[in-house]
Design a protein around this ligand. Structure first.
Ligand SMILES: Cc1ncc(COP(=O)(O)O)c(C=O)c1O
Length: 393
């Protein structure tokens, strides 16, 4: 079996000309080759165990309608129990194509047009779209930020939104882009508040496997344990094991009546069947992927240290938010005085693409860049050099 060590991840992989959004899509948009440090997938080959599972299934030459198999769901639940100590019954699981499907389905199932939905900016852009596109009202409760770039929840603002009638909250746990791994105490305080006002919660836990801090990931369903709780967790092997192109994710909910309603909503939109290759890949990932994942997490910790060191030397006025979780670092570039547009133009001109902060929040993201460090360390280093050149040009 392959060793998933620094040498493995250092090699990376050439993804160009594979209809790859991150590399090919960006090159097309920019009109020239660019080092892509934006969209959240990784420049590493997936685990060999996953490749073998896909190749084995590909040998059977019929790819007809497929029923979702229990083994795949069981593998995910076993993985969550093994790594995070949360035990969920098989009936709490429903399959869906991607996590955004789950966010939108939760909005449609748990709220009516015009109802308020709480989000905590800065947050992953499609959170806003999931509310707006469905004619619901955004209730923004921005996170607090201290001078070191560390973010915390503002529960007073959450309570104000609850008093104003919010029906659903969308939590990002861990949080993209501010890299927080919410603690047991923070999540307990949040949930007791929401419960007091009978507000439902959908917790996007797609980054659950990337807690890099020295404490475990806290699943929301380990806090909200009652079968009557209106709490849904969304997760996927796609982010963790670099399988986003296969399109499979999971919805977890102990409240059977609610899960039935969510499934009905998805079925009404035509979401019923799974993808054969996604099923075998996700099952293999959750059964045999621990070693690859643990090697990857070590590599990401080193990548963050490298980024912090290089930024400090080259761009000392940049404020790097402490990264507790995810492989997405959040950098405040405002001290250099450029507008968001200027920052994007200058960096692209130097051949590097970051995610623009305003994708995560128009006000609280302006002047920020998000950098994806799930790539060989040599790319991270090169990206910082290009950023320095962009600022100093
Ligand atoms: C917090 C968060 N949720 C959801 C997604 C997208 O997930 P999916 O591709 O399964 O819809 C991402 C991707 O970056 C993300 O960061």
């Amino acid at each position: 079996m392959r060793t998933y060590d620094k040498a493995f991840f250092d090699q990376g992989i050439d993804r160009r000309n594979t209809a790859c959004e991150k590399w090919d899509g960006m090159a097309e948009r920019a009109g020239h080759d660019v080092l892509p440090m934006w969209v959240a997938d990784m420049d590493f080959p997936c685990a060999e165990e996953i490749m073998e599972a896909i190749q084995k299934r590909a040998q059977h030459p019929v790819f007809g309608y497929t029923s979702y198999d229990r083994e795949c769901a069981q593998a995910l639940l076993g993985f969550i129990e093994r790594r995070y100590g949360l035990c969920l019954p098989l009936e709490s699981h429903a399959m869906m194509p991607c996590v955004i499907t789950g966010l939108k389905t939760a909005v449609l199932t748990l709220t009516q047009p015009g109802d308020g939905v709480i989000v905590q900016p800065p947050v992953y852009g499609p959170f806003y779209g999931s509310v707006r596109e469905n004619g619901r009202k955004l209730m923004e409760c921005p996170l607090n930020r201290d001078e070191n770039g560390y973010y915390t929840m503002d529960l007073e603002r959450v309570e104000d939104a609850l008093k104003a009638g919010a029906k659903l909250m969308m939590l990002c746990n861990p949080h993209n882009p501010v890299g927080r791994a919410w603690t047991q105490d923070e999540l307990t305080a949040l949930w007791s508040l929401l419960k007091q006002y009978d507000c439902a919660l959908v917790s996007d836990e797609i980054h659950m496997d990337f807690v890099l801090a020295d404490r475990p990931f806290v699943p929301m369903l380990s806090i909200a344990q009652d079968e009557s709780d209106k709490v849904i967790a969304l997760t996927s092997a796609s982010k963790t094991f670099n399988l986003a192109g296969l399109q499979q994710a999971a919805m977890l909910c102990r409240n059977q009546k609610l899960l039935d309603a969510l499934t009905k909503q998805m079925n009404a939109a035509g979401v019923t069947q799974g993808n054969i290759f996604a099923m075998v890949a996700c099952e293999a990932a959750h059964l045999y992927g621990d070693q690859w994942l643990d090697g990857l997490k070590d590599y990401l910790r080193q990548a963050y240290d490298l980024l912090a060191k290089e930024l400090k030397q080259r761009l000392p006025k940049a404020v790097l938010t402490p990264l507790e979780a995810t492989y997405l670092a959040w950098i405040d570039m405002r001290a250099y005085g450029f507008s968001m547009e200027e920052l994007m133009e200058r960096t692209l001109a130097q051949g590097v693409a970051f995610s623009e902060g305003t994708f995560f929040g128009l006000d609280c993201g302006a002047g920020f860049l998000r950098i994806n460090i799930a790539c060989p360390h040599s790319h991270t280093l090169e990206a910082v050099k290009r950023l320095e050149a962009a600022i100093k040009a």
